[in-house]
Write a protein that binds this ligand. Structure first.
Ligand SMILES: Cc1cc2nc3c(=O)[nH]c(=O)nc-3n(C[C@H](O)[C@H](O)[C@H](O)COP(=O)(O)OP(=O)(O)OC[C@H]3O[C@@H](n4cnc5c(N)ncnc54)[C@H](O)[C@@H]3O)c2cc1C
Length: 427
């Protein structure tokens, strides 16, 4: 049995945990950090199902700032993550095109862009029908307006996770570490116990995505989180009129989306409303889970690929057999992961009478665990934990070392901030 020591222990080797390693090394070089991962490799959680996209058009100031900083790091990867990182991340800056098909949708997009300009995001453009036809002639005339974010695209999330760790000389990575529980005494963290022995550390970070819930429970703690299963579908074929340098296309409500993947493929996503009726028969129906399933694969909805494609085909007016309605799109790999989000106790609006109305927040929790000295969390990264990871790591490092937040807007990621304006799902 081993007993070892560290300055900081990070539990979970996904984007949140790996970015924490990187930011800690930058904030306090030489800090002895140990990254503990349950699986045999890093990045084994929700990022495996992800579309790996990034964008800068966020209507809430905390996200706008977080993505501005994060995308700056991603775009200048060699400078921040070491020589060769830029090449390995394979960043494709292709943009995001939110498409409008009706005058009412065009109005909404125009209003969205006016608001984004108001908070300083002047690079986001409103495109009318002629602009769309001129810039993206292959789209067809069904798109009559668009919101275009040119500072957006996608990258290799696995390479990003490994680049964070590789650029941090003071980290030790331990994989295949089972049965982790957090040890505490007198409201102070002492380290962890694992199947292989104990590790002593005065600082422990919970960053295990959806599995932060069972980890906390096994340690006698609780986290205010819910889980939404979300799916993606990668195909190895793409119709000829959808070029390799196309932006990510986001349809109108319910916002199915698709982007080119590699030379010949595409990747589809759609955040449709899900509930527990099929997964937990007989139990009260909820739109979320409160703990991860033993086998998440059982939650895949076999209709997902064809429904996402059908919705896009309908909106882009592709007839059966053509464009997104081509059956060749149905051969591919269907993936699933969790969006981890704040629960109703930490995401609600209050009226003048003190009545609370819960809402679906997009805000991560990057904060100290209340009442336990030395225990921190970087959780609830919802559907953007890859793109936001550089700034998320920096916010966490500032909390751990008691430094000023890198931006005052980041106070929104504290546990006890229940509501901010425009904290809603833009897809
Ligand atoms: C369908 C889908 C599409 C998405 N698209 C995008 C996108 O385009 N862009 C974007 O930015 N984000 C996207 N996301 C969201 C993104 O994947 C998540 O926000 C991100 O992966 C969260 O990172 P994390 O490190 O918190 O958790 P995870 O990625 O889940 O990583 C958690 C890690 O902790 C490990 N772990 C679990 N339990 C333990 C334990 N007990 N001990 C030690 N280690 C443990 C896991 O094995 C894993 O490696 C998408 C997600 C899904 C599901």
């Amino acid at each position: 049995m081993m007993t070892t020591t560290a300055d900081i222990l990070i539990i979970g080797g996904g984007p949140a945990g790996a970015a924490a390693v990187w930011a800690i090394e930058r904030a306090m070089p030489g800090t002895k950090t140990i990254l503990l991962e349950a699986r045999d490799r890093l990045g084994a959680g929700s990022s495996t199902a992800s579309l790996e996209n990034f964008r800068t058009c966020w209507p809430a100031l905390c996200f706008a700032k977080q993505m501005e900083r994060s995308v700056h790091v991603l775009m200048n990867a060699d400078e921040y993550l070491g020589d060769g990182a830029k090449l390995s991340l394979s960043v494709k800056k292709r943009g995001y095109l939110f498409c409008g098909f009706t005058p009412a949708q065009a109005e909404t997009l125009k209003r969205d862009v006016a608001h984004l300009h108001h908070i300083g995001l002047h690079h986001v453009e409103y495109l009318d029908a002629d602009d769309v036809a001129y810039r993206f002639p292959w789209l067809g005339r069904s798109v009559i307006a668009a919101k275009y974010d040119p500072i957006a695209g996608w990258l290799d999330s696995n390479a990003l996770i490994y680049a964070y760790v590789r650029s941090s000389p003071s980290v030790t990575v331990m994989t295949d570490v089972q049965n982790i529980t957090i040890r505490m005494e007198n409201n102070r963290v002492l380290g962890v116990t694992t199947a292989n022995g104990t590790i002593d550390a005065p600082v422990v970070v919970i960053a295990a995505g959806a599995w932060s819930l069972p980890l906390a429970k096994a340690s006698g703690l609780s986290l205010p989180l819910v889980l939404h299963p979300r799916q993606s579908f990668t195909t190895f074929w793409r119709h000829g009129a959808f070029p390799e340098d196309a932006p990510m296309l986001i349809g109108a409500s319910p916002a199915a989306h698709v982007r080119p993947e590699a030379k010949d493929g595409a990747i589809f996503g759609w955040e449709y409303r899900w509930n527990t009726k099929q997964a937990l028969p007989g139990a009260p129906v909820h739109e979320h889970l409160t703990e991860p399933m033993e086998r998440i694969e059982t939650l895949k909805d076999p209709r997902f690929p064809s429904l996402a494609q059908m919705m896009l085909a309908r909106q882009f007016k592709h007839h059966p057999g053509e464009g997104f309605a081509d059956p060749r799109y149905l051969r591919g790999s269907h993936n699933i992961g969790y969006y981890v989000a704040r629960d109703a106790t930490v995401a609600y609006r209050s009226d003048a009478m003190g009545n609370r109305t819960p809402y679906e927040s997009e805000r991560a929790i990057i904060d100290q665990y209340p009442g336990v000295d030395g225990l921190f969390m970087s959780v609830a990264h919802v559907g953007h934990g890859i793109m936001s990871s550089p700034a998320a790591g920096e916010i966490l490092a500032s909390r751990i070392f008691n430094l000023p937040l890198p931006d005052p807007a980041y106070v929104a990621f504290e546990l006890e901030v229940p509501y901010i304006e425009y904290d809603n799902n833009a897809l």
